[in-house]
Design a protein around this ligand. Structure first.
Ligand SMILES: Nc1ncnc2c1ncn2[C@@H]1O[C@H](COP(=O)(O)OP(=O)(O)O)[C@@H](O)[C@H]1O
Ligand SMILES: [Mg+2]
Length: 224
């Protein structure tokens, strides 16, 4: 397997509260992994550790051969910006920017000229059925539309891995399944690996690998 991300023995604490107790995890290029588990089982904490957002208290996270904890802050930020995408539970768009500007942000931050970045943002938004809303400010979008923009923003720079933490928290179930379907199709078409925390059985069923977390540990792994 062509591993893009490998974690071993990852531990994390919030003060005295143990959130992760020795998690092992491996992800291949282009793989889609779904994580389920009850509230408080450590899903978000694991995602943040894997994405280099939180530093584990123990164990290691290796991204394409690079041990994240060995990187200076600036290099870790650059790696996250350029090679990782993140879809947050409630989208977290910049309200005053248009859909296209929001989707283009990772490219703009990487120094891509405005025209090219916006064209790439528009292309991904078009594939997500948002072609008619490119110039609409994020503050004027519905929940489902905003979620599509958040998905476009996470994929626009063709990252190696996208993390999505219950990315349809703001949507009804029909809408959320549709957005997630498109997300997975788009990710697969550009060989982006995906780690998605989801309660949606339909989405989990589309994954190559399904994990269940219980009390800070992975207690089940099913590979299709
Ligand atoms: N900011 C925080 N401060 C203190 N404890 C936290 C914080 N965030 C999460 N926890 C605790 O860490 C554990 C794992 O939480 P989390 O990773 O958010 O789980 P999940 O995403 O599965 O709901 C839980 O016991 C939770 O209460
Ligand atoms: Mg969570």
């Amino acid at each position: 397997m062509d591993v893009i991300l490998r974690a071993e023995g990852v531990e994390f604490f919030y003060g005295e509260q143990r959130a992760l107790c020795g998690v092992d995890f491996a992800l291949a290029r282009g793989e889609v992994a779904a994580i389920t588990g009850s509230s408080g089982s450590g899903k978000s904490s694991l995602l943040y550790c894997l994405a280099g957002v939180l530093p584990p208290a123990g164990g290691s996270v290796v991204f394409d051969g690079i041990t994240l904890s060995s990187l200076p802050d600036a290099e870790l930020s650059a790696l996250r910006r350029e090679r990782i995408g993140f879809v947050f539970q409630y989208g977290e768009l910049l309200a005053e920017l248009t859909a296209e500007e929001n989707a283009a942000l990772p490219l703009r931050l990487a120094g891509v000229p405005k025209d090219r970045a916006h064209a790439a943002g528009a292309r991904v938004l078009g594939r997500l059925g948002m072609g008619d809303f490119l110039r609409r400010r994020a503050s004027g979008l519905s929940g489902g539309q905003a979620q599509r923009v958040a998905v476009a923003r996470a994929l626009v720079h063709q990252p190696d891995v996208v993390f999505a933490d219950e990315p349809t928290g703001a949507l009804d179930s029909a809408n959320s399944s549709a957005v997630l379907e498109e997300f997975l199709v788009l990710a697969r078409s550009q060989q982006t690996a995906v780690v998605i925390v989801t309660h949606d059985p339909g989405v989990a069923a589309r994954a190559d690998t399904r994990y269940t977390m219980t009390d800070g540990a992975i207690t089940q792994r099913v590979a299709v």
